[in-house]
Design a protein around this ligand. Structure first.
Ligand SMILES: Cc1cc2nc3c(=O)[nH]c(=O)nc-3n(C[C@H](O)[C@H](O)[C@H](O)COP(=O)(O)OP(=O)(O)OC[C@H]3O[C@@H](n4cnc5c(N)ncnc54)[C@H](O)[C@@H]3O)c2cc1C
Length: 379
């Protein structure tokens, strides 16, 4: 692993930095959820117009064709500039890469550009009320019908479903199958009568995610991705992309928050308290371990071409460090840390989801034990 940037990579970093300096929109302003979402959509349009929306996407699909390292540099610079996430984050990180990897030419032609521009928002319909970690036990049914498929069942925790045009939907297409076999991956139009989206209010008071009910929803055959019965294989591509490359930008984001926390401690007069200093030092070590580990897994990905299970380590480190950081900040603030609209109160409450979303801590520990450390399987 060599972390020194080449002159070309340094030039790329400076180009990104200069552009962000001139164009970053500032933090998402206060307001209702809809106006804040539209702000991030406008930001995505700005990124897209300058060719920064799909940095790692190949140029033939409207991306910038950046190398993995350049993409990591870009995410790091975005975090450094405290730039908001673009609105169509699930489309950019998962939907697009899945279409590029498993889609037909017609599907690439139809779906990729509106993902980049943010014109069509995507959501991920994987989890169900009784199938989260054990995704392969999902029960939503897809039945062949007249040149397409009828979908019946329920998904849950579906982030952005309320603003989405398309859903990456995994459903059981072979009724006699169980587990990983007999699943198919669909791109399902959310704007139809057979779909009902009900918001779920989180501990923060926001409704980022939803319950989604499919009642004879319709998906035409041309919206099957990767072929009938191959849904599990396609879903794995989605999940690998979800965790890949998370670490580099996460470490920068955490560093920003740690700086703010140190400033807060000094302002509140507890920066010299050895107990606080000890916890800050632990956070700093955690962030540095995340940064270096991410560089190592990036190096492995550059060599092999595929994101490895190390992405799970970064997700674990990020979630535990982010939770510990926000908890310390609220402790330092005392009762003021619990104010409803306080920045740290929000961060602390939102961080509770970090050890569940994108794979729970327990499940990721199993992955790390078995696939990274080579320990025997539990069962
Ligand atoms: C903010 C947020 C956004 C989300 N967005 C989406 C989305 O857009 N699309 C989507 O499809 N899903 C989404 N999810 C759902 C998320 O993927 C699931 O919540 C997660 O996979 C866990 O599934 P579950 O909630 O059914 O819990 P379960 O799988 O039922 O787990 C319950 C508990 O058992 C533990 N457990 C389960 N299996 C094992 C095991 N083998 N070994 C040890 N412990 C185990 C878990 O760690 C957990 O503590 C989101 C979740 C959150 C919090």
């Amino acid at each position: 692993m060599d972390l020194t940037l080449t002159p070309e990579e340094t030039a790329f970093r400076d180009q990104v930095r200069d552009w962000l300096e001139a164009n970053r929109p500032g933090p998402v302003p206060d307001g209702d959820e809809e106006s804040r979402f539209e702000f991030t959509r406008a930001w995505q349009r700005t990124l897209h117009a300058a060719g920064w929306a799909g940095v790692s996407w190949p140029t033939e699909y409207g991306g910038r064709g950046a190398s993995l390292l350049e993409a990591a540099i870009f995410s790091g610079e975005m975090a450094r500039a405290k730039a908001p996430r673009p609105a169509n984050v699930l489309g950019l990180v998962m939907g697009g890469p899945v279409v590029m990897a498993h889609g037909t030419e017609e599907q690439k032609e139809r779906f990729l550009e509106p993902i980049l521009s943010g014109e069509e928002i995507w959501c991920q319909g994987f989890s169900e009320p009784e199938s989260g970690s054990d995704l392969a036990s999902l029960k939503t049914r897809a039945t062949k019908h007249d040149g397409g498929w009828r979908i019946n069942g329920q998904k849950v925790w579906t982030t952005l479903a309320h603003v989405s045009k398309w859903c990456m939907l995994v459903a059981r297409s072979d009724p006699g199958s169980s587990k990983h076999a007999g699943l198919t991956y669909f791109i399902c139009d959310m704007e139809q009568a057979g779909i009902e989206v009900r918001p779920l209010i989180q501990i923060t008071g926001e409704a980022e995610f939803n319950e989604v009910f499919f009642n004879d929803a319709w998906v035409p055959e041309e919206n099957v991705i990767g072929g009938e019965g191959n849904g599990w294989m396609v879903a794995i591509t989605t999940l690998m992309n979800e965790r890949a490359g998370l670490g580099a930008s996460a470490a920068v984001g955490l560093s920003n928050d740690l700086d703010a926390l140190i400033e807060l401690c000094n302002r509140r007069g507890c920066g010299g308290d050895v107990r606080i200093r000890d916890r800050i030092a632990r956070l700093k070590i955690g962030i540095e371990a995340l940064r270096l580990g991410s560089m190592r897994s990036l190096t492995a990905q550059i060599r092999t071409g595929i994101p490895g299970p190390e992405g799970s380590v970064a997700k674990l480190q990020w979630s535990s460090t982010n939770q510990a950081l926000a908890e310390l900040a609220t402790e330092v603030l005392g009762p003021a840390g619990l104010e409803r609209n306080g920045e740290w109160a929000y961060k602390m409450l939102r961080s509770r989801a970090n050890s569940i979303e994108g794979g729970t801590t327990e499940v990721l520990k199993n992955i790390v034990a078995e696939r990274v450390l080579g320990l025997p399987k539990l069962r």
